[in-house]
Design a binder for this molecule. Structure first.
Ligand SMILES: [Zn+2]
Ligand SMILES: [Zn+2]
Length: 370
C-alpha cells in the first residue's frame, strides 16, 4: 500500500516532462552544438511564446559556432522566426492564440531612449536590440519566448506563406537597410561588395530605392548569376587587379554614389572606400574582427566629404509589416534565396552545408514540427 503513491507520482512526473520539453539547438562551446531537450518557455508580463514553424541559419550563427562571437554555454541560438502564437502573457493586447506571426531578429522594447530616438537595434545600448540567440534563448527551437511582444509580433497576411516572409526577419531587413542608410537616390550608382545572402538583399534594396546602376563584386559563379537576376547591371570579380578602375570607368571616372560593404573584411571595406566618389557614402553592413583601417589616399586625407554609415538589422513589428507589404505587393520575391531546407532534427547537417558554402547554398530553411 505504501508504494502506490510513489508510483503514481513517478508516472505523473514522466507525463509532465513529455509535454513540457521541446527540441532546441543548444550552444555548449565553440564547435559544440546539438539538439537537446529543454523546457518549453512560459511567457511573463509583456511576453508571448510562439510555436515556431520555420527558421533559418544566419552567418552570425556561424560566427557563434566557431567561437568568433562569444555567447554563454547552454544558450539556444538562432534569431529568425515564423510561427503561431502558443501562449500570451499578461499585458499583451490585440493578439490571439493561433495568430501566425513573423518576429524580427531584432526585438526592441520600443520605449527606451534609444528606441524613441529611432535606433531600435541599439535598444538599451550598443547592439542591445539583438537579443535572440545572443542574450536570450533563440529561434532554432520548437518554441520561442518573444520579449516586448507588443512591439515585435507582426501578423502575417493570409496570402503569404511562411517561406515568403522568413528572410524578412534578418537578411532582407539588413540588406535593404544598407541602401536606406546609404541614402540611395533615384538614378544613383551603387557598388555592392560581396553578393552573399546579405549583399544580394542589399542589391534588391538598391534597386528598390531606384539606383540606375548597380555593380556587384563577387567571385562565385552562382552568386554572380543571382546578383544579376536580382538587380545588378553587371558583376566584377573581387580578385581583378583592375576592379576599382573598372568601377570608376563605369561611372565616368567619378566613382559610385554609394558603396555597400556586405562581408566584413578589410579588403571589401577598402574596396568600398576606393570606389566611392568625393561626397559619396560607404554603407557598411559587415561584422569586422580585429582592426579596421582606412587608407588615406581614397579617403582624401579625411577631407573628401565622404560619409561612412553602419546599420544593424532594423527590427520591430512596423518594420516587419512594411517588408511584408513589399512581398505581398510583388515588389520583392525572396524565395530564390531559400536554396535548401532541412527539418530541425537535422539542423547540424544544415550548419555544415551552410558553413561549407557547397551545393550553391544561399539560405537554408529549417522546418520545425510537421
Ligand atoms: Zn542574422
Ligand atoms: Zn528600447
Amino acid at each position: 500500500m505504501a508504494t502506490a503513491p510513489v508510483l503514481e507520482k513517478e508516472i505523473r512526473v514522466t507525463t509532465k516532462r513529455a509535454t513540457e520539453t521541446m527540441n532546441a539547438l543548444v550552444f555548449r562551446a565553440p564547435h559544440q552544438i546539438g539538439i537537446e531537450q529543454v523546457p518549453i518557455p512560459k511567457p511573463g508580463y509583456g511576453e508571448v511564446v510562439i510555436k515556431v514553424s520555420l527558421t533559418t541559419i544566419c552567418g552570425t550563427d556561424l560566427h557563434i559556432l566557431r567561437g568568433e562571437y562569444p555567447v554563454r554555454s547552454g544558450l539556444i541560438i538562432g534569431h529568425e522566426a515564423v510561427g503561431r502564437i502558443h501562449e500570451i502573457g499578461p499585458g499583451v493586447t490585440g493578439y490571439s492564440v493561433g495568430d501566425r506571426v513573423l518576429v524580427g531578429a531584432i526585438t526592441p522594447c520600443g520605449q527606451c531612449e534609444f528606441c524613441l530616438d529611432g535606433h531600435l537595434a541599439q535598444c538599451g545600448g550598443a547592439i542591445g536590440g539583438w537579443r535572440f540567440g545572443n542574450t536570450i534563448n533563440g529561434a532554432q527551437a520548437e518554441y520561442l519566448l518573444v520579449p516586448y511582444a507588443q512591439a515585435n509580433l507582426a501578423k502575417i497576411p493570409s496570402e503569404l506563406r511562411d517561406e515568403h516572409v522568413l528572410l524578412l526577419a534578418d537578411i532582407a531587413s539588413t540588406g535593404f537597410s544598407a541602401a536606406e542608410s546609404g541614402g540611395v537616390k533615384i538614378g544613383d550608382s551603387v557598388a555592392v561588395f560581396a553578393e552573399g545572402p546579405i549583399g544580394l538583399c542589399a542589391t534588391i534594396g538598391a534597386r528598390l530605392r531606384g539606383a540606375a546602376l548597380i555593380i556587384g563584386v563577387e567571385g562565385d559563379g552562382f552568386r554572380k548569376s543571382l546578383a544579376l537576376k536580382l538587380g545588378a547591371n553587371f558583376v566584377f570579380d573581387p580578385t581583378d587587379p583592375l576592379l576599382i578602375e573598372k568601377i570608376k570607368k563605369a561611372t565616368s571616372g567619378k566613382g559610385v554614389d554609394v558603396a555597400i560593404e556586405a562581408l566584413g573584411l578589410q579588403e571589401t571595406f577598402e574596396g568600398a572606400i576606393r570606389s566611392i566618389k568625393p561626397g559619396g557614402t560607404l554603407s557598411s553592413l559587415g561584422i569586422y574582427s580585429g582592426k579596421l583601417s582606412i587608407p588615406i589616399e581614397p579617403f582624401a586625407t579625411g577631407l573628401g566629404d565622404h560619409k561612412i554609415v553602419t546599420t544593424l538589422c532594423p527590427g520591430g513589428k512596423e518594420r516587419m509589416r512594411r517588408l511584408m507589404e513589399l512581398v505581398r505587393r510583388h515588389r520583392v520575391d525572396l524565395i530564390p534565396l531559400l536554396t535548401h531546407n532541412f527539418p530541425l532534427e537535422r539542423i547540424t547537417e544544415a550548419y555544415e552545408l551552410f558553413g561549407s558554402r557547397k551545393d550553391n547554398v544561399i539560405k537554408v530553411a529549417i522546418r520545425v514540427g510537421n
